[in-house]
Design a protein around this ligand. Structure first.
Ligand code: PMP
Length: 433
């Protein structure tokens, strides 16, 4: 307790902490304190969380099964619909095997903490292996906090490579002595919006006989011709890939899943306590997700509107003094640098009825503040114009424009992916949301 008191005084924590309370959830419009507002920072990218089809699925699910699943699926809670949903999730990613977790966060914690430990767990049951296996993770420095926590819990050796720097990754892979290597990356980086170069990462994985673990929380349902995410976007497939995504963003519900070779999903089912020692998501949510997968595919106009809005916003921002951290995905962060500027600009925007997330330390490194603009299928042109007009009136807050260096591969600039210019110190936590 004493340390907490000291820290509270040092940080100047006000007690209790009061995060903003909202009266409704962004669709992207919402209400707070009785006032109508519009969100440019919601993960409900396609606006399907409140769609009539999803609501109807929830009602059907509740009427059929009740509201919760109080058991583990390894015990009495294994309704057939979970297995059906897993097969459907595997199919959209082009594989045969998937495993569901109660949240995306838990999927990362569960999978990453378990993969390097399956052998030692099996040894406790008397298993002996023909040779010794040792594991190491190779993780992009900007990966989500749930990845970092999952890797830490595994006890395996962890190497961190500079954001999108494939030369640095290659150097670390070459030097590492561990026999089982696992490269880990966000598909779309949650605070930067840039896309990991999956084909090149896969080539490195092949060269160094490694696995490639991809967290596609912000790509699933959004990227790719049919909304299949980052693998659909790049049209890549491999048994080396362990694909993880969340169901709480574009799919509008809750839950996480891992799609991989059947040996991987089976090992996780047997060995991951985050799967076996906890209740799973309620049955109505499983029915919602199954419907959400259909909505993404058979209501393609949602994705079309999202990308039209994204392109329109990027185009309207081009003449302004602000630097955009990336312009490839629905996350288009506006770079401010200093946290005080980030807060000031977010407040100016909010004063005009538009909500934007001000991201600062510790979600990103010190002096790496940005507004995390997330484009949405439900934004209208005039609403985007309104946001751009406010930004235009506040251009004095823009940090000087800087040219962003590209990601590097073989000492050359990587053509597909660009990274923000400023070097960032390692943050204790990443990606709070
Ligand atoms: N990974 C990434 C990259 C994320 O952005 C998030 C959510 N912020 C998660 C995992 C966790 O997902 P969930 O909120 O569904 O638990």
């Amino acid at each position: 307790m004493d340390e907490l008191v000291e820290m509270a005084n040092w940080f100047g924590w006000k007690s209790p902490y009061n995060p903003a309370v909202v009266d409704s959830l962004p669709t992207p419009s919402f209400k707070a304190k009785g006032r109508s507002q519009l969100s440019f920072s919601t993960n409900n990218y396609l606006g399907i969380a409140a769609s009539p089809r999803l609501k109807a699925a929830a009602i059907r699910g509740i009427e059929k099964y009740g509201v919760g699943n109080s058991d583990s699926r390894l015990l009495g809670g294994n309704l057939a619909l979970y297995g059906e949903l897993e097969r459907k999730l595997a199919r959209i990613i082009g594989k045969d095997h998937a495993i569901l977790f109660a949240t995306g966060y838990l999927a990362n914690i569960g999978a990453l903490s378990t993969l390097p430990r399956v052998g030692s767990v099996a040894r406790a049951f008397g298993f002996t292996s023909k040779r010794d296996y040792s594991y190491a993770y190779f993780s992009d420095e900007y990966n989500h906090v749930s990845i970092r926590e999952g890797m830490r819990l595994s006890g395996a050796r962890r190497y961190s490579y500079r954001h999108l720097d494939l030369d640095h990754l290659e150097h670390l892979l070459r030097r590492a002595a561990e026999s089982c290597k696992i490269i880990v990356t966000d598909g779309v980086f949650s605070q930067d919006g840039d896309i990991a170069p999956i084909p090149e990462l896969l080539q490195l994985a092949e060269r160094f006989n490694a696995m490639l673990y991809i967290d596609d929380a912000h790509g699933a349902g959004v990227l790719g011709a049919s909304g299949g995410g980052v693998l659909d976007h790049f049209q890549v497939a491999s048994d080396r890939i362990v694909y993880m995504a969340t169901l709480s963003k574009a799919y509008g519900s809750i839950g996480g899943f891992v799609v991989a070779h059947g040996l991987v999903t089976e090992a996780l089912r047997m060995m991951s306590p985050a799967y076996g020692f906890t209740a799973t998501l309620p049955p109505d949510q499983a029915m919602i997700i199954s419907t959400a997968i259909d909505v993404v595919v058979d209501e393609p106009e949602r994705r079309r509107r999202l990308w039209e809005n994204q392109r329109y916003f990027v185009k309207r921002m081009a003449p302004l003094d602000f630097r955009l951290v990336s312009t490839e995905t629905a996350i288009v962060p506006v770079w401010l640098g200093e946290d005080s500027k980030t807060q000031a600009l977010a407040a100016a925007i909010r004063a005009e009825g538009i909500h934007v997330d001000a991201i600062g330390f510790p979600a990103v490194s010190l002096r790496s503040g940005r507004l995390r603009i997330q484009m949405n299928a439900g934004h209208r042109r005039e609403e985007i114009d309104r946001l751009v007009d406010i930004l235009e009136r506040n251009q004095h807050l823009a940090s000087p424009r800087r040219r962003a260096p590209a990601a590097r591969l073989n000492g050359k600039r990587h053509p597909a992916v660009r990274v923000p210019a400023p070097a960032r110190v390692e943050a204790p936590f990443m990606a709070a949301k």
